[in-house]
Design a protein around this ligand. Structure first.
Ligand SMILES: [Fe+2]
Length: 289
């Protein structure tokens, strides 16, 4: 499967779209009076859907799948007594499939037959695609087990704080933070290379925004990162160079991922604003949570 998009509900989609296009660097991809869709430079019709509503919510996280993969999920869901609904996408790109909720209520949509679009050339500073979405979980292990047992995903690594889960050769496309509560932790956009990440940091610096964490390079997945708190409340990440793993990747345990004193990433050049991130990571909830 492949992570395609995240659909958010929020009171002011126009404000969020202005930031995500004018500063963050995405492109417009249509919409209507209550919805905006934003795309990257890759072949997905959109990466972020913004829908007007009273409260910030994650409406869904959407993965592309084959008909066969969806049928396999349908079978495993039935075996485990997990409810799912049929899903016909009215978003750009269309597609037909199913939607089901993770244990904390986050809706995962699996679509087959969704359209791809022509990549955009000549926009090296635009995110290419989403690389991962991290969700805060009441019980990250139970949520990861659900992702393995029902969705057919695989755990790549466990750390003290997170369970990293893959749905293809990319080290993780989704991760579950051991938060004790349920919400959106952050959305990570894949940039073409480290220069694109650094120019992104510069672009935000131009408007007075500094990273809440980064730049740095993570342990699990080894991706380069820079996290910001967007004006619309969510934590967003520029990322690049996530590790590509084999089927026989050895799943790491928390004791495999420890840091020396005063280090929480491979470079150690920047601090982490724990208070600001902690607050922002609670803004977007799930409908059931
Ligand atoms: Fe991340």
């Amino acid at each position: 499967m492949e992570l395609r998009s995240i659909e958010l509900e929020l009171p002011d989609p126009e404000e969020a779209a202005r930031f995500l296009t004018g500063i963050w660097g995405l492109g417009e991809a249509g919409g209507d009076i209550d919805s905006c869709y934003l795309r990257g430079s890759g072949d997905q019709p959109y990466l972020v859907g913004l829908h007007r509503s009273d409260h910030p919510l994650v409406r869904s996280v959407t993965f592309l799948a084959t008909v066969g993969e969806i049928e396999a999920v349908r079978l495993r869901a039935a075996q485990h007594g997990v409810a799912l609904v049929e899903a016909t996408s009215t978003d750009p790109g269309a597609g037909v499939g199913i939607a089901l909720a993770l244990p904390d209520g986050a809706v995962i949509r699996l679509l087959a037959g969704a359209k791809r679009v022509e990549p955009v050339a000549g926009v090296p500073d635009r995110a290419v695609r989403l690389t991962h979405v991290v969700l805060n979980a009441v019980d990250a292990e139970a949520t990861a087990r659900f992702a393995e047992d029902i969705l057919g995903f695989r755990v790549s690594d466990r750390t003290k704080g997170m369970v990293f889960v893959r749905c293809n050769a990319s080290h993780h496309s989704i991760a579950f933070a051991r938060a004790g509560f349920a919400s959106l932790n952050h959305i990570a956009f894949e940039m073409a290379d480290m220069d694109a990440v650094m120019r992104g940091i510069g672009r935000l610096r131009d408007v007075g925004m500094v990273p809440a964490w980064g730049p740095g390079r993570h342990g699990p997945g080894a991706n380069i990162f820079a996290y910001f708190i967007a004006p619309f409340g969510a934590v967003v990440e520029f990322s690049t160079a996530v590790e590509i793993v084999d089927e026989d990747y050895q799943t790491g345990a928390p004791e495999d991922w420890t840091w020396p004193p005063n280090r929480i990433d491979q470079w150690g050049i920047s601090g982490k604003d724990m208070a600001a991130l902690g607050a922002a990571e609670r803004v977007f909830r799930f409908r059931r949570s």
